[in-house]
Design a protein around this ligand. Structure first.
Ligand code: S3P
Length: 435
């Protein structure tokens, strides 16, 4: 399915975004491992969390879900039983990597697969530590790619140094560590998003963190008894980013996005926009389940290009496609480096953004580990762009419809539903308020 995108600004008014996808996966999984009922409000409604719900149900967990509310009946780790069929994680790397940590620690056999994109994503990064902990786990191409076949066991704790800052890898090991006796530690070269750590503590586990020359170490005391909880999930900053970006580049815009998670391990995009000269403010700060939340106000601003250093990348990893789109409308050069992980996301996001932004008139150079964008360039549109089935590429291109001379045709536009069902209506609503 394609969509022709040419929207006229300004964007005005207020909007909400779906619940945070990362936090929702964790609430569902920890709810399943806990004892008793977990009530979740504001759950992410996209397809990815639907995949986690489907897999957990296939493992015998009772989950009632209606809209963005959900009730998980946890019976402890022993409440998970051998699935009768292959588990399907769909497009969701988080589902596959986090669940594998749990499956490795339960004494039964399971197979986890996913869609074409997920079956091309590297899994050796979780297979190696889970083997070290004692699980038998195999994948395609000498255990690099899904599907994964897992024979779980009583795990032993591990001390593991990861090669990359990845919250999915860290979380996989911490969840396996939760099922093992003793102390499991993960050292990551830079701090990745810490939702698992916060959620584990919220459910009653002991998690400690420290920093030294090796990087950031997170340790979990295994075999903690988790208790069911009631919680609300903040709105997803990664979804809000498209609305914020659209307002920042569209003259006359002024919008407020309500109820957005502002966990400091995720706010790199907001900091980069501010450095680019964007008039942006967070207010009304509060906390949900150990996660900071705020409303975010943003106004159209004349932006300037900036260097985005490698040390910033883990804190805006999912926002790099939309940052690249914004950078086409900033004066001067924006250089993004140290982001080679982008090549193994839902698509190769470096090639995807370099190719598609250039197609609509932007000046973009592809680096092995990033992008150089020279602005400000007029966006011509009038062409067909590919989404590569990648929700973040589709939404990053969509917002260029506000500054494009002619419509941009986006092929495979339906993939926005992976993380942001309602994206088109929300953005059209803000544009409509401006008229
Ligand atoms: C996520 C971690 C990140 C991010 C992904 C969600 C998570 O992936 O890109 O969208 O929920 O833990 P990596 O851990 O592979 O960097």
């Amino acid at each position: 399915m394609y969509r022709d995108v040419r929207m006229s600004g300004p964007l005005k008014g207020q909007a909400d975004v779906p619940g945070d996808k990362s936090i929702s996966h964790r609430a569902l999984i920890l709810g399943a491992l806990a004892h008793g009922i977990t009530r979740i409000k504001g759950l992410a409604t996209g397809q990815d969390c639907g995949s986690t719900i489907r897999c957990l149900r296939a493992l015998g967990v009772a989950i009632e879900a209606a809209g963005d509310e959900c009730l998980v009946s946890g019976r402890g780790p022993e409440g998970l039983s051998e699935p009768a069929d292959v588990l399907d994680a769909g497009n969701s790397g988080t589902t596959m990597r986090l669940l594998s940590g749990i499956l490795a620690g339960r004494s039964f056999f399971s197979v986890v697969t996913g869609d074409d994109s997920l079956r091309r994503r590297p899994m050796d990064r979780i297979i190696e530590p889970l083997r070290e902990m004692g699980a038998a786990i195999y994948g395609r191409s000498l255990s690099k790619f899904p599907p994964l076949a897992i024979l779980g066991t009583s795990l032993r704790p591990v001390y593991w140094e990861t090669r990359m800052a990845s919250a999915q890898v860290k979380s996989c090991i911490l969840l396996a560590g939760l099922l093992a006796p003793g102390l499991t530690s993960v050292v990551e070269p830079a701090t990745s998003r810490d939702h698992t750590e916060r959620m584990l503590r919220f459910f009653g586990a002991r998690v400690d963190e420290s920093n030294d020359s090796k990087g950031h170490t997170v340790s979990i005391q295994g075999e903690a008894r988790l208790e069911g909880r009631d919680l609300s999930i903040p709105g997803d900053l990664s979804s809000a980013a498209y609305l914020i970006a659209a307002a920042a580049i569209t003259p006359g815009s002024e919008v407020v996005i309500r109820n957005v998670g502002i966990n400091p391990t995720r706010t790199g995009f907001l900091e980069c926009l501010t450095r680019m000269g964007c008039d942006l403010a967070t207010f009304n700060e509060r906390e949900y389940a150990g996660e900071p939340v705020a409303d975010i106000a943003v106004r159209f601003s004349q932006l300037k290009g900036i260097p985005v250093e490698a040390s910033m990348v883990p804190r805006l990893i999912d926002e790099i496609p939309v940052l690249a789109a914004v950078a086409t409308q900033a004066d001067g050069m924006t250089t993004i480096s140290g982001a080679k992980e982008l090549r193994v996301k839902e698509s190769d996001r470096i090639t995807a953004m370099a190719t598609e932004l250039a197609r609509i008139g932007a000046k973009v150079e592809e680096l092995p580990d990033g992008l150089v964008i020279s602005g400000k360039t007029p966006i011509t549109g009038g062409v067909t762009c590919k989404s590569y089935g990648d929700h973040r590429v589709a939404m990053a291109l969509a917002i260029m419809g506000f500054v494009s001379r002619d419509p941009i045709r986006i092929e495979g536009a339906e993939c926005v539903d992976i993380s942001f069902p309602g994206f088109w209506n929300t953005i059209a609503g803000l544009a409509c308020n401006g008229h």
